[in-house]
Each structure stands twice: as structure tokens, then as C-alpha cells.
Design a protein. Structure first.
Length: 263
């Protein structure tokens, strides 16, 4: 069995420093006095890449004035345990009558996703000097989340006798000994397996960061965001079998937001 390569999350921290320093240098220059068109609202979609996961969001923003904006955000977040490592069964060939094995995560018990509803504000801290500059705002929000657990299924090799075996999809509770035996694992069963066995955990979400808007004078939203996201739940989330499962997930993130403004 050969572990698939995985990379340190230090790249995200480095990217945040680089993006922040470049954009802030442009944005904090002395304003020219040109205010541009003040739009009353906007609607945008964004994708955030977390140190351990990702999120996709839809956001409606009410623009009260040039320096303050209020927004509602609805999103879906996929959260991973820091110890998750993908592996693959490397036989050098595919047995006759079987599909090629899918990569799997050893010891993973559940997928964990969350639906969230948040309310927040953006406050401008750096006004663009000219039309080619960048507006910098502090962005923060908080709200409620519904964490959704979906059982993680593996294709397990079930022996019949010393020479014969078959493959069957099973979750951890169905066959704990085989599930935690790396020699019995053929591959993962896929996300759709067990979709009818969902359970929920209530929680809250908090997010704070910097918003870099380089289309302030346009009718379109074009922005990059960097910051910290915290998702906390009412109990520990059983993502892994033997690892210490967290109740609070803290992630750095970088994201891209695109949308349209209305006057």
C-alpha cells in the first residue's frame, strides 16, 4: 500500500502574507477624493480553500455607505480531520472482474459537511487611491451551522476460504476489525454510499479576515479574501476512529468572490 503524497499547509500562510502585503501597499495610498458610484446591494458567490477543507458560499450584501456593508451568507463547508491521509492499494494490476481500487483514508469513519447561515459586516480600512487600486476591508461574521455526518464506506475484502474472497461495501460499525485492517481494504466506496444514513450535529460558525476588492467602481464583484474560520459544534465530531476528534475546527483560508452589484 502506497501513501499518496500530501503537502504541508504552510503554503497557505505564505500566500496570505504575499497577497496581504501586495494589496495593502496599493490600497493604503492617499485617496484622490474620487468616490465612484455607490451601489446599494450586491449578490456574489465565493469559494474558500481551508487548511483542512473548503467552503462554497452565496452572499447578499446591503451597502449602507461607502465605509460599511452588512451581509447575509449561506454556505456549505467540507471539514476534514488534520490526520486524514489518502492511500491507494498498489497491486500492480487490477483483478479480473473488479474495478480499479479507489484511494481511501485509513481510519476515517465519517464524512463531515455543514450547512451554515451567517450575518456579518465589512468595514473599509484602506480606500483605493485611484481606479486601478484595491479597496481593503475588515470582514467578520457569525451564525449557526448544521453539521452533517455521512458514514464513510470502504470496499472490504471478505475471505470465503484460503483461496477465495469477495468484496463488499461496509462502514466501520458493520465490520470494525476488517475496517481497521489495512490488508482487508480494497478501496473507498465513494461519497454516495451511505447518503441515506445521515445524522446531524448543531453548531456555530465565526469568520474574520481581510477583503481585497479590485472592482469597487465596476458593477461586478471581484475580490480576494484571507482570514480565519472557526466552526464549533455541540459535541466531538467522529470523523476518525482512533484519532482525537475535535469539537472545534479552526482553519486559515483564502478565497475568491465573484458577483454583481445593484444601484
Amino acid at each position: 500500500m502506497r501513501p499518496v503524497k500530501h503537502y504541508s499547509t504552510s503554503w497557505l500562510s505564505l500566500m496570505i502574507i504575499i497577497v496581504g502585503s501586495v494589496f495593502t501597499t496599493q490600497a493604503i495610498a492617499q485617496p484622490s477624493g474620487k468616490k465612484g458610484v455607490l451601489y446599494s446591494s450586491s449578490f456574489a458567490f465565493s469559494g474558500h480553500w481551508y487548511t483542512n477543507g473548503w467552503s462554497a458560499n452565496a452572499e447578499f450584501t446591503r451597502i449602507d455607505d461607502l465605509h460599511k456593508k452588512n451581509f447575509w451568507q449561506i454556505g456549505v463547508t467540507h471539514l476534514k480531520h488534520p490526520k486524514e491521509v489518502k492511500q491507494t492499494l498498489d497491486l500492480g494490476y487490477t483483478p479480473i472482474g473488479f474495478n480499479a481500487p479507489r484511494p481511501f483514508i485509513f481510519g476515517k469513519q465519517n464524512y463531515f459537511n455543514a450547512l451554515s447561515l451567517s450575518y456579518g459586516q465589512m468595514r473599509m480600512i484602506g480606500q483605493r487611491a485611484n481606479k486601478s487600486g484595491v479597496e481593503v476591508s475588515v470582514k467578520y461574521s457569525g451564525g449557526v451551522s448544521v453539521g452533517i455526518l455521512n458514514p464513510y464506506y470502504l470496499q472490504l475484502i471478505i475471505p470465503i476460504d484460503n483461496e477465495r474472497a469477495y468484496i463488499e461495501d461496509k462502514k466501520y460499525n458493520d465490520a470494525p476489525e476488517l475496517f481497521m485492517n489495512s490488508f482487508s481494504i480494497y478501496g473507498s466506496s465513494g461519497f454516495s454510499r451511505g447518503i441515506n444514513q445521515l445524522s446531524v450535529i448543531p453548531g456555530i460558525n465565526l469568520k474574520a479576515g481581510l477583503h481585497f476588492d479590485w472592482a469597487f467602481f465596476d458593477e461586478y464583484v471581484k475580490a480576494i479574501e484571507v482570514g480565519v474560520a472557526v466552526d464549533a459544534y455541540s459535541k466531538k465530531v467522529p470523523v476518525m476512529v482512533v484519532e482525537n476528534n475535535p469539537r472545534i475546527f479552526t482553519n486559515l483560508y483564502i478565497g475568491l468572490q465573484l458577483g454583481k452589484k445593484k444601484s
